[in-house]
Structures are given as structure tokens and as C-alpha cells.
Design a protein around this ligand. Structure first.
Ligand code: FAD
Length: 464
């Protein structure tokens, strides 16, 4: 009897334990993906998913197989596919978000009832989120000891080879055309220009990382440089195995270590979400629950559109909108600005990122937003408020990142590009910039906003 491989956030053939096990059984293999409307994902992610499924189908066809695409509740669709095909086994790689865990548990229960054998394999993390414990046997709340434990205990599993051929069933079950998954977010043109969703795009980025990993430590904070891997959306969709990345760079130079440490953060946030499923909704530190957030309104829209009057913030928000991705340093600056300068609840920012990031990932997004807000586990202390102007001068010293994404300021020289409102009038006019017309004045005075945020944090509930 055939075996169903249910693909979810593991859209790759190589180093895929569920697929490898099904292929190794010698039985016919039916790869299935379900578009489940109960799993809410953002617009940029839907665009990515459509592209990635098309790439996966092409790769499957090259080894004698194809992707079966269904739409509806996962439980119904998987059971229906089992009934239609007479499949004896269901294979999948685990996922760890609360909604997915719930669905998977339901399916396991139902499978038992109907005598379907379910084989689960570890998802795309260095460790299962429940595997690492403190000496006291608790889950971790602090990154450094978590990372130390992870790095000590981690052993790369043997690679699961890419199947050379997949046995096809005598008859394929019905499938939606792949176009049913194709979504053209109305803003997707910039994303399409920047990214190649799918396994081969990921492999290309991994290969190009060889040349830049040595400088990662210095380059990773420079948004104008292509100093990071840009693997995040590929990791979010499981188009590349995290073990494959580790294997490639594990041999000990400190810069490479710094890169692997970031993968450690990815596991850490998954660990947090697993043990605190409310991470996307509730402050980890409940003292923030009564923080007097401002009404989002027009201020939120100015931030979303990159019209705050702070060039580094605006460059970041426009990079996000245009390409579906934002440099990590600038994510921190823009997030801090929303929360601390505009006093808008971090959940509003989280929601916008969720809709617009191609790498949107529940654990990473909510964990990082809470980190910036100061409300999270092992977060930045609440009094750490990023100064957008000094951050900009430090990390984009020549202003090249700003010039690229905020072209109306491109002619401003040197350090004036970080704070156009402080530039001499003559300089502004020779750069062709009239503030308030070509580019907004700062929507809030940072020094005032900083004092205001600090006094709210200190006088309001969230004292520490
Ligand atoms: P690299 O520097 O090349 O790092 C390699 C990999 O390590 C990344 O692909 C990613 O998987 C992981 N990583 C790096 N930094 C972090 C981090 N701070 N936390 C967790 N994992 C990390 N990342 C997401 O994948 N999805 C999100 O939804 C997301 N939302 C974020 C929201 C905010 C407010 C902030 C400050 C950060 C967020 N990040 C998120 C983390 C980080 O910004 C991105 O992972 C990183 O910019 C991706 O670029 P890269 O692949 O070139 O990273």
C-alpha cells in the first residue's frame, strides 16, 4: 500500500527525514500538501508558499513523482486522501507552533482509530523544543545557558539523502492545480525580483555564504552590506535543513560560531513558544499588561509606510514592504521606534511584520518583538531605547542603505542624511529636499519620546 508524506514547513527533498523514510520503504509515495484555511498566514508568506510549492512539484516530477495539493481542514483532507488511496502509513516532520501541534495530535488520534500507521520525525530545529532542560529540569528562559547547553549537546544527525526516485502509486489521488496555491500579493513584484523560493534558491544562498561567513561578525550589523545569509524565509518554509547549515560551518572559527549562534536563537524562540504558547498574544512579563499604550491610528500607518521622518526607520519599513524582508539591525530599530517612541503596543508591530515578512515565523516574530519591548523572556532591559539617529550613523555610516530605500534623500551628503531636519537649509535646498513636502519632518522628537517612555515605564506598572 502507498505511504503518504504530508509536507508542511519542510518543502525540500534533501535531508528530509519523513520523505527519506517513506522512500526507503520501497512503497509508492504520495507527497501531499494541504492549504488549510484555519492556519492563518500573512500575505507575503502566502506568496512565498505558492512559489515554493511550484518549485517542489518540479523537483518531485524530476524523480518520478508529483505534489498532490488539497484545500480544506487538514484532518479532513488527510483522512480523505488516505481513504482514496488506501495508504497504510502517514509520514510527517513535526512542527511546533500551538495550532499545528493541536492539529497533528488530532490526526494521530484519528489515525489510531482507523488503523493508519503514523510516523513522526523531528522538525527543522537543532533540538526538539522539549529536549533541553536546565540543571533543575525546567525549560530555559535565558538564552546564554540555553545556547551553551545546545552547543554542548548538539550532534549533527547523519544526512538523510535526497531520494533519487520515488515510486509512484498505481493511480494518483485528485489534486488541485498548483495555481490554486499561487498568490499574487498585490505588492509581490519586489519580492519576486529579490527571491528565489524553493530548495535550489536556498542551496544557492548557502553556497554563497561560504565567501562571506568569515566577515559575518563585522558585516552582519551593516544593513547596506549583503553580510548575512538571507536564509530566513527558506528556513521558515523548511527549504533547507538546519543540520545541513550547521554541518557546513561547524568547524570552529569564531565568526562562524557567531553565525551558528543565530541559529541557536531560532531554536531558543521555538523552545519559548513551545513552553509558553501565549507568546504571540501575551506579555511574557505580565507587569507590562497594564502599560498605557497609545491608540495606533495614523501614527501606526506612518510607521508602516515608512513616513516617520527618521530615515533609518523609513528605509527599513520600505525595505520590508518592497522585498518582504528587513535587515535584523533595522528590525530592532524600527520595532523600538514603534514601541518606545510612538508607544504603540508591540502586538501591532508583530501583526504588520506577520503580514509582510516572507520569513514570518510565529516563534521568531513574537519572541523578537517581546525582546525589543522588554516584556519577553531574556529581553532587552526596558530602558534600552534605540536612538534612531545614532544607530543610523553607526551602522549605516555612509547612508547607502538610506539612499537606496529613501531615494528622496539620496542627494543629502554624509552625516546629514541621518537627520535631515538638522541639516542646514542651504544643504537641503541643494539636495532638492523640502521637508514637509518631499520628506516628512520627524513625527516625534526622539529625546522627548525617550523621556516620556522611561517615565511611563518607571511610574506605570511595569517596574522591575
Ligand atoms: P542571518 O544573520 O544570516 O542568520 C541566520 C539565521 O539565524 C536566520 O536565517 C534565522 O533563521 C536565524 N536568526 C538570525 N537572527 C535571529 C533572531 N534575532 N532570532 C531568531 N532567529 C534568528 N526572524 C524570522 O525568521 N522570522 C520572523 O518573523 C522574525 N521576526 C523578527 C521581528 C523582529 C522585531 C526582530 C528584531 C527580528 C525578527 N527576526 C525574525 C529575526 C531576524 O531579524 C531574522 O531572522 C534575520 O534578519 C534573517 O536574516 P538572515 O537569514 O540573513 O539572518
Amino acid at each position: 500500500a502507498p505511504r503518504i508524506v504530508w509536507l508542511r514547513r519542510d518543502l525540500r527533498l534533501d535531508d528530509n527525514p519523513a520523505l527519506d523514510a517513506a522512500a526507503a520503504s520501497g512503497a509508492p509515495v504520495i507527497p501531499v500538501f494541504v492549504l488549510d484555511p484555519t492556519e492563518e498566514i500573512g500575505g507575503a508568506s502566502r506568496w512565498w508558499r505558492g512559489q515554493s510549492l511550484a518549485a517542489l512539484d518540479t523537483s518531485l516530477r524530476a524523480i518520478g513523482s508529483r505534489l498532490i495539493l488539497r484545500a480544506g481542514r487538514s484532518l479532513d483532507q488527510i483522512l480523505r486522501a488516505v481513504a482514496e488511496t488506501g495508504a497504510s502509513h502517514l509520514h510527517f516532520n513535526r512542527r511546533y507552533e500551538p495550532a499545528g501541534l493541536r492539529i497533528d495530535a488530532e490526526i494521530v488520534t484519528e489515525a489510531r482509530r482507523i488503523g493508519l500507521e503514523v510516523h513522526e520525525y523531528p522538525g527543522n530545529r537543532l533540538h526538539e523544543p522539549w529536549a533541553l532542560k536546565t540543571l533543575k529540569g525546567d525549560s530555559f528562559r535565558v538564552f546564554t545557558p540555553f545556547w551553551r547547553r545546545l552547543a554542548e549537546q548538539y550532534r549533527s544527525p547523519q544526512a538523510w539523502p535526497k531520494p533519487q526516485q520515488l515510486a509512484a502509486p498505481a493511480a494518483w489521488p485528485t489534486s488541485l492545480p498548483l495555481e490554486a496555491a499561487a498568490e499574487h500579493a498585490h505588492w509581490s513584484a519586489g519580492m519576486a525580483a529579490q527571491w528565489q523560493p524553493g530548495e535550489s534558491g536556498a542551496a544557492g544562498l548557502l553556497a554563497s555564504l561560504d565567501g562571506k561567513i568569515g566577515e559575518y561578525g563585522d558585516a552582519r550589523d551593516r544593513p547596506a552590506r549583503d553580510g548575512t545569509s538571507r536564509l530566513s524565509p527558506h528556513l521558515a518554509w523548511g527549504e533547507i535543513s538546519v543540520h545541513a547549515i550547521w554541518r557546513r560551518f561547524a568547524a570552529g572559527n569564531p565568526a562562524e560560531h557567531g553565525f551558528l549562534r543565530e541559529l541557536g536563537w531560532r531554536d531558543f524562540n521555538s523552545h519559548l513558544l513551545y513552553h509558553f504558547p501565549d507568546l504571540p498574544k501575551r506579555n511574557w512579563n505580565s507587569r507590562f499588561d497594564s502599560f498605557p499604550w497609545a491608540q495606533p491610528g495614523e501614527a501606526l500607518r506612518s510607521w508602516q509606510r515608512g513616513l516617520t521622518g527618521y530615515p533609518i526607520v523609513d528605509a527599513g519599513m520600505r525595505q520590508l514592504w518592497q522585498t518582504g524582508w528587513m535587515h535584523n539591525r533595522v528590525r530592532m530599530i524600527t520595532a523600538s521606534f514603534l514601541i518606545k517612541d510612538l508607544l504603540i503596543d508591540w502586538r501591532e508591530g508583530e501583526r504588520w511584520f506577520w503580514d509582510t515578512l516572507v520569513d514570518a515565523d510565529l516563534a521568531q516574530n513574537s519572541g523578537n518583538w517581546q525582546w525589543v519591548a522588554g516584556s519577553g523572556a531574556d529581553a532587552a532591559p526596558y530602558f534600552r531605547i534605540f536612538n534612531p539617529t545614532t544607530q543610523s550613523a553607526k551602522f549605516d555610516p555612509d547612508g547607502d542603505y538610506i539612499r537606496h530605500f529613501v531615494p528622496e534623500l539620496a542627494k543629502l551628503p554624509g552625516h546629514h542624511i541621518h537627520a535631515p531636519d538638522l541639516a542646514p537649509a542651504s544643504m537641503l535646498s541643494s539636495a532638492g529636499v523640502t521637508l514637509g513636502r518631499d520628506y516628512p519632518r520627524p513625527m516625534v522628537d526622539h529625546a522627548m519620546a525617550r523621556t516620556r517612555a522611561l517615565s511611563l515605564y518607571q511610574n506605570g506598572k511595569p517596574q522591575r
